[in-house]
Design a binder for this molecule. Structure first.
Ligand code: IP8
Length: 277
């Protein structure tokens, strides 16, 4: 008798992995509109080599999205000014420019990636995803393609427009598709008991439960003034719903060779693993 594989709630037979390529890894965060092409190439190599059967890739804004979003105060919502409206479109355009570089590089490495602009299928309400159609993503995963998304300037039913972080997107996709794991790459080894970019020697956290994470959340302050989506604190807040849903989340240093590869393969790697319990 032919055996039928059990379907998950999302309808996928294999649990996908959701990978976030941090803006601080794929761009030079202190140089406006400057991509880190060698880093993007290396990450593409690692993703290609890992050959994950179901993969969703989301990237951050780095010195593309955040620079523009800050300049035009996009996260504050639409004030009805023509210049700010143009800033909204420029922020989206900056993200498309960065996305194109990631897209081209991934395709050059034979990864069947398909870019989808979040602003084309998501509307938020007071900064939270309120309206999103998952069907195209599901279809892409069904045929073995890799959906590529990014933090974006999106329409917001209360504020006119806002910035949707890649992290909120990651958590929401991971929950919907019942992801096997989330891998988030940043420019640090993982989480520390205090900001590692400031003087002092904070302790590295290799494993963390949701309870410990909530405690830690109050300690970790944002490091990057250019980040309109809240730096490390914002990242943690956004990831919590996915961790609550039981999806293991691994934070690794994407600036160091092989870390993403190992994280995707589920191999032992330096990083912070956050689990519900
Ligand atoms: O870097 C922000 O995404 P993030 C995207 O994941 C923009 O927070 C447009 C600033």
């Amino acid at each position: 008798m032919k055996r039928v594989k059990p379907m998950k709630a999302s309808g996928l037979s294999i649990k996908p992995t959701v990978l976030k390529l941090g803006g601080s890894v794929i761009t030079h965060k202190d140089k406006p509109l400057k991509a880190n092409l060698p880093a993007i190439r290396r990450l593409a190599e690692e993703i290609a080599e890992a050959k994950i059967p179901q993969l969703i890739v989301v990237h951050g804004g780095g010195s593309f999205g955040h620079t523009m979003a800050k300049e035009y105060a996009i996260k504050e919502g639409f004030r009805g000014e023509a210049s700010q409206l143009l800033g909204f479109t420029k922020t989206h355009q900056a993200m498309i420019t960065l996305n194109n570089m990631v897209l081209e590089t991934l395709i050059q490495h034979n990864i069947p990636v398909m870019a989808i602009a979040p602003s084309s299928f998501i509307i938020s309400k007071s900064d939270r995803i309120a309206n999103m159609t998952y069907k195209p993503l599901k279809r892409l995963l069904d045929i073995g393609a890799v959906p590529l998304l990014y933090g974006d300037a999106v329409l917001d039913s209360d504020k006119g427009f806002t910035i949707l972080s890649g992290d909120q997107l990651v958590a929401s996709l991971a929950i919907y598709f019942d992801a096997r794991r989330i891998v988030v790459s940043i420019d640090e080894d993982g989480l520390f008991t205090a900001d590692p970019k400031k003087p002092g020697r904070p302790d590295f956290i290799s494993k963390c439960t949701l309870r410990k994470l909530r405690k830690l959340q109050r300690q970790i302050k944002s490091t990057n003034t250019c980040d309109v989506t809240g730096g490390m604190q914002g990242k943690i807040s956004e990831l919590i719903p996915a961790i609550e849903a039981g999806i293991p989340t691994l934070i690794v240093n994407g600036t160091i060779s092989r870390r993403i590869y190992k994280a995707l393969k589920g191999e032992k790697v330096t990083g912070t693993l956050i689990q519900k319990e």
